[in-house]
Design a protein around this ligand. Structure first.
Ligand code: GDP
Ligand code: ZN
Length: 368
């Protein structure tokens, strides 16, 4: 699709680029149209396709491929090759990033929530005490997805003292090394332009707890669009409970936002790499531990514990790191019996090591 220049709205607005065009090449030869999925509802989807100098929407059936792999099911944000004449999705182009969550069922399977997300905005409210553990949890998820995280401290108008606000920003920065932290108020408009500019290219999602101010922020970024969509959803009785539907909304300053109610109760799912990335300074310290498999509990020559003792690493960070690793391992183990057996063996070894150390050193093991 060489005629789709970077100025064409399919590119400039929806994010089509050279890389996707290359993946699409074989389908172009078959007369397919490139498309972006903006909404999915039980095997059918709405897509945006290029149409002359602009774009238009179309409906299509799911690709006729029964894979049984829930991660292969199309979702909002996917790029696809669509047969517009017959009205079906021929193929999904390879994803650059994806948000996955575990389903609430006992059979823990991944469910794709959003695909090809460039920026993940983590919204944390300043209306209550800043919950850094929550920031870290969402960060792990964002890193795991492949998107670039950005932390937004919402309702900044509720913290009128600039000194207090800058303290809160630095607290958030210690929980999010290398990640931009931005105080924002939808009420006063403070910081909204900076956020809009950061999201003006590519695809974004808003993550965060219910009440964090995501909808309000989405409205500020997308104008009336979001409100309208929400109203329609509420009037058809599906409202926010709709889990099979996602929306991809153009933002008034550029870029698109995937509005995903499903991401609101999101947990970790096989996010070990994301956790590592979130706690990059601990991972770096761990490289200097005497034992390669150091658990940073009581092992001799532990560089992580040394950093805590030296006041260089907040103990809260280490606790949070352990908690998320444990939680992640628990979730992962649900799907994989072999891993579960390994974990148990690992755990027994650690216990034995702990006992051994206690006996040798004659002092108590640090509380985990
Ligand atoms: P969501 O559940 O994350 O989508 O949160 P909402 O956008 O629904 O916002 C939750 C509550 O916070 C609502 O009562 C909003 O009016 C309020 N709120 C949102 N943004 C701001 C803000 O910038 N300042 C203040 N003071 N309140 C806000
Ligand atoms: Zn260690």
């Amino acid at each position: 699709m060489s005629h789709l220049t970077s100025a064409h709205p399919f590119s400039a607005r929806y994010g089509w680029d050279e890389g996707f065009a290359e993946a699409f090449t074989p389908y172009a030869a078959q007369g397919m149209s490139p498309a972006r999925i903006v909404r999915v509802d039980r095997g059918r989807c709405d897509v945006v396709v290029p149409d002359g100098d602009g774009v238009r929407t179309a409906s299509a059936d799911a690709a006729p491929v029964a894979t049984g792999d829930p991660l292969k099911i199309m979702c909002t944000g996917d790029w696809a090759a669509v047969d517009l004449e017959r009205g079906y999705v021929r193929a999904l182009l390879p994803r650059r990033s994806a948000f996955v969550r575990s389903t609430s069922s006992k059979r823990s399977e991944g469910q794709i929530l959003a695909a090809n997300v460039d920026q993940a905005v983590i919204a944390v409210s300043l209306a209550a005490e800043l919950d850094l553990g929550r920031v870290e949890r969402f960060l792990a998820l964002a890193w795991e997805s492949g998107a670039q995280p950005l932390v937004v401290l919402t309702k900044a108008d509720l913290v009128p003292d600039p000194g207090t606000l800058s303290h809160l920003v630095s607290d958030a920065e210690t929980a999010a090394p290398g990640v931009q932290v931005l105080p924002v108020s939808a009420a006063t408009g403070e910081g909204v332009d900076v956020l809009a500019a950061a999201l003006a290219s590519g695809t974004s999602v808003l993550l965060g707890q219910s009440g964090a101010g995501k909808s309000t922020l989405a409205n500020a970024l997308a104008g009336e669009d979001v409100q309208d969509v929400q109203a329609i959803r509420d009037s058809d009785g599906k409202g926010r409970h709709t889990t099979t539907t996602r929306d991809l909304l153009p933002l008034s300053w550029g870029g698109v936002l995937i509005d995903t109610p499903g991401l609101r109760g999101v947990g970790l799912w096989d996010a070990e790499d994301g956790v590592a990335r979130t706690f990059s300074e601990i991972e770096a310290l761990a490289g200097d531990c005497r034992f390669a498999d150091c658990g940073h509990h009581s092992e001799p020559g532990c560089a992580v514990l040394a950093a805590v003792d030296a006041g260089e690493l907040p103990p809260r960070r280490l606790d949070s790191y352990r908690k998320l690793l444990r939680e992640n391992a628990r979730l992962a183990a649900r799907t994989d019996a072999r891993l579960r057996a390994e974990m148990r063996r690992d755990w027994k070894q650690k216990q034995a090591l702990g006992r051994h150390m206690m006996e040798r050193k004659g002092r108590s093991v640090r509380n985990p």
